[in-house]
Write a protein that binds this ligand. Structure first.
Ligand SMILES: *[C@@H]1O[C@H](CO)[C@@H](O)[C@H](O)[C@H]1NC(C)=O
Length: 403
């Protein structure tokens, strides 16, 4: 089915995208940097096993669930009725797995509801390097600095050793069904299995923006993949494509450009959307795609954007985002797969107070599945909605540890 030109790595990437669609296994770096900053590593507080710390070092959530008793100690009590006598850890894991399967299939139904007629068999098409990538907002002068801080390995003749592949994954009919992929890896004369990392750019940017990160990880032996989100990069025609798509989703309910369309390929949702509504903390998020909410405000005949406008917009363009698919329910389902969360402690778009519930639920799920060490949340003091040198380093260590 795949054209012969498609390389092994392309096939792997395709498989990864598909696998992630059904059950994300890999780790994902989502670079949600609106602004970038340099922060000395010493100022950060990192906490294992789901503890959430504030700048003052005060613990918001410090309940430590004792580790469940070991399975072997319970084995004798097994009665033969499956499930009935499962020891705590197994039962918790199986309950989580069931809940996970339910939520995943429900989510998939929502995602497919607007694209059921577009299904095609997965295909790979050859592409070529993008000379003039499309950014839908101007880049600041220091945009790339933080990513360039990502640790590299000294590689002789790095530029000659670097292999770049450009291709498209055809995932559905239509222009947006063509996923542009950029892959970087080292030309290694000894073929061996290598971990793949898939990177996702933030709003208004494109896969080429991530190049410094891809190169750094490639130097350390990873296969690095970046894709253009829907309505971004090669999937956009001009600087208003993303905003136009959001407005069209509001007007016509035809697609789900905000988060959901991207999640279909890759990532779990992490943001306390419901919390933001209940606590009147939605403004910063709304401001990041303001023209959409302005349009909705006018359509709803309101004089200002209020909680009702915001709720209606989410309902239309991302149904379930502030209810059944919100972070408190989606996040714990990632257990026991390794998960590192990095957030600015002062992030107005993803306020950490809104993460308290999702984080404590996730921490509990990791503890109950006996994998507390695979979950870490770091809230970096004094930092807003931005990526820092320290975050890049933490993510980099995490990948080395688990991949
Ligand atoms: C952007 O492209 C769309 C569709 O191709 C078009 O309708 C729109 O007018 C363009 N906008 C600008 C600002 O060029």
């Amino acid at each position: 089915m795949l054209p012969r030109r498609a390389t092994m790595a392309s096939t792997l990437a395709a498989a990864l995208a598909l696998a992630a669609m059904w059950r994300p296994r890999g780790l994902l770096v989502a670079c949600s940097a609106a602004d970038l900053a340099h922060v000395p590593a010493s100022r950060a507080r990192s906490v294992r096993g789901g503890y959430l710390m504030t700048e003052q070092g005060q613990q918001l959530r410090s309940k430590h669930n004792p580790r469940p008793k070991t399975i072997s100690r319970h084995r004798d009590a097994t009665t033969g009725s499956p499930g009935a006598a499962l020891p705590g850890r197994e039962m918790a894991a199986s309950a989580t797995a069931d809940a996970g399967a339910g939520l995943r299939s429900e989510f998939l139904q929502v995602l497919l509801s607007r694209r059921r007629d577009l299904q095609v068999p997965l295909l790979v098409e050859q592409g070529s390097p993008v000379k003039d990538p499309l950014y839908q907002k101007p880049l600041g002068p220091k945009e790339a600095v933080v990513m360039e801080s990502c640790p590299r390995k000294e590689v002789k003749n790095f530029n000659e050793m670097l292999v770049e592949e450009n291709f498209y994954l055809i995932t559905e009919l239509g222009e947006q069904g063509r996923v542009p992929v950029l892959l970087l890896k080292l030309n290694d004369p000894v073929p061996k299995r290598k971990p793949i990392i898939v990177f996702l750019h933030s709003s208004y940017k494109c896969k080429e923006w991530l190049r410094p990160l891809l190169e750094a990880y490639a130097s350390r032996g990873y296969i690095c993949v970046a894709i253009d989100s829907r309505y971004h990069g090669e999937r956009a025609s001009n600087e208003t494509t993303y905003i136009d798509a959001l407005k069209s989703a509001w007007r016509n309910g035809d697609t789900m450009p905000f988060i959901f369309d991207t999640v279909l390929y890759l990532s779990p949702v992490l943001k306390g959307f419901r919390w933001a509504m209940d606590n009147n903390k939605w403004q910063a998020r709304v401001n990041s795609i303001k023209p959409l909410f302005e349009e909705a405000r006018i359509d709803l005949g309101k004089s200002e954007i209020d909680t009702e406008v915001v709720t209606k917009v989410w309902e239309k363009i991302a149904p379930g985002l502030d209810s059944q698919f919100d972070a408190p329910y989606s996040l714990p389902l990632i257990a026991p797969r390794p998960l590192l969360l990095l957030n600015g402690a002062e992030d107005p778009r993803c306020p950490i107070a809104g993460l308290e519930e999702p984080i404590s639920r996730a921490a509990k799920a990791y503890e109950e599945s006996g994998s507390a060490e695979k979950f870490m949340f770091i809230a970096e003091p004094g930092i807003g909605h931005q990526t820092t040198v320290n975050m890049v380093k933490e993510a980099s260590d995490w990948f080395d540890r688990f991949l």
